[in-house]
Design a binder for this molecule. Structure first.
Ligand code: ADP
Ligand code: MG
Length: 332
């Protein structure tokens, strides 16, 4: 399976070996990798190219090195991403194990989440039961509570592509149902675990701190910079930036429950207008069987006025979140 030939090498004493590619982001390639010292076992390695061909410099007569332009914006971002991630320690946030760079690339060695993106599970399952959606969104909220209240960090890119998960280990069925003649080729699908299901979604972890930002000093919980001289719009801005993550979490919860996002249009300008006005609906028939309580929670997150939008505390205290997982009927 290992195709070493074309893969970039980790530039730190060959400690990590890059195995196959797992994901493409906008600015990076992510590979499954191995820690040759065995300490971390399998890891994920996010490789970010330092240079990019700029359109204006794609002149054939130039020496290849002269066509390279530092991606200064991304450079600042990747270093900030590394800096912020290295201060974080939470069960629902992907851990940064190590960081290195070569002449052309940055390498972030990350804890591996073998389940991959939540995004693919929405595609696979069409939509989630309320219990499964709760199981997921509570963990996202725990990550946000930690970032917002303990670290003064806003993520700013909460979406199903950046939510990764640990699959639940397969639990063989104790009392397999007698199978009909048509079922003979069916594999044992494992014991059903209420609301979740074996092989399904276990622990959720938030990834991709490429757009994240420190807005509050975590010690004093005051805005960054000299407080006495901070303009009101900055104080407000920094308070609002947390509510940006809450809005995004509302979009994720909406999408988990029905399988499609709250705002969509082919035209970017129409879509932008819909978002600006908060124009979404609980579309029938898809929302007909989803509880009023879940809809109430979504609507408190998808509130245009950031002052009125739910904070993480209000979210955690909502009856739909506090509700225990009722045993759901096994999927037949
Ligand atoms: P980008 O900033 O380019 O979006 P991400 O950090 O989001 O980069 O990584 C891109 C993709 O790589 C993710 O959406 C996911 O599919 C995969 N990926 C990233 N980190 C991990 C990880 N720790 N474990 C498993 N897959 C990962
Ligand atoms: Mg991403």
């Amino acid at each position: 399976k290992e195709s070493k030939g074309k893969l970039p090498k980790y530039p730190n004493l060959e400690r990590y070996t890059l195995l196959e590619k797992m994901g493409d982001g906008a600015f990076s390639n992510v590979y499954r990798g191995r820690d040759n010292h065995g300490e971390h076992g399998e890891v994920a390695i996010k490789v970010v190219r330092k240079y990019e061909l700029s359109a204006s410099q794609q002149n054939d007569h130039l020496h290849p090195d002269l066509k390279k332009v530092p991606k200064t914006v991304e450079r600042a971002n990747i270093l900030k991403e590394v800096q912020i991630m290295s201060t974080l320690n939470h069960p629902n946030i992907v851990k940064l194990i190590s960081f290195s760079e070569s002449r052309s690339y940055y390498y972030l060695v990350l804890e591996l989440l073998p389940g991959g993106e939540l995004f693919h599970q929405i595609v696979r399952l069409t939509y989630f039961s309320e219990n499964l959606a709760r199981h997921v969104i509570v963990q996202v909220a725990e990550a946000l509570r930690y970032l917002h209240e303990e670290k003064g960090v806003v993520h700013r890119d909460i979406k199903p592509e950046n939510l990764l998960f640990e699959p639940i280990p397969f639990v063989p069925t104790k009392n397999p149902k007698p199978r009909g003649p048509d079922d003979e080729e069916k594999e044992d699908e494992g014991e059903f675990i209420p609301g979740v299901g074996s092989g399904g979604i276990g622990q959720i972890k938030l990834a991709d701190f490429g757009l994240s930002k420190v807005v509050w000093e975590s010690q004093t919980m005051t805005p960054c910079g000299t407080v006495g001289y901070t303009a009101p719009e900055i104080v407000k801005d920094e308070r609002y930036s947390k509510s940006v993550d809450m809005w995004a979490m509302g979009c994720v919860l909406y999408t988990l429950l029905c399988g499609f996002p709250p705002f969509y249009d082919e035209s970017i300008s129409v879509l932008t207008e819909k978002v600006a006005k908060g124009q979404y609906t609980f579309l029938s028939p898809w929302w007909d069987d989803i509880s009023k309580s879940a809809q109430d929670l979504v609507s408190h997150l998808l509130t245009v006025d950031p002052e009125k939008r739910y904070s993480i505390k209000e979210f955690m205290n909502h009856p739909w979140i506090k509700q225990n997982n009722e045993p759901t009927e096994p999927a037949d």
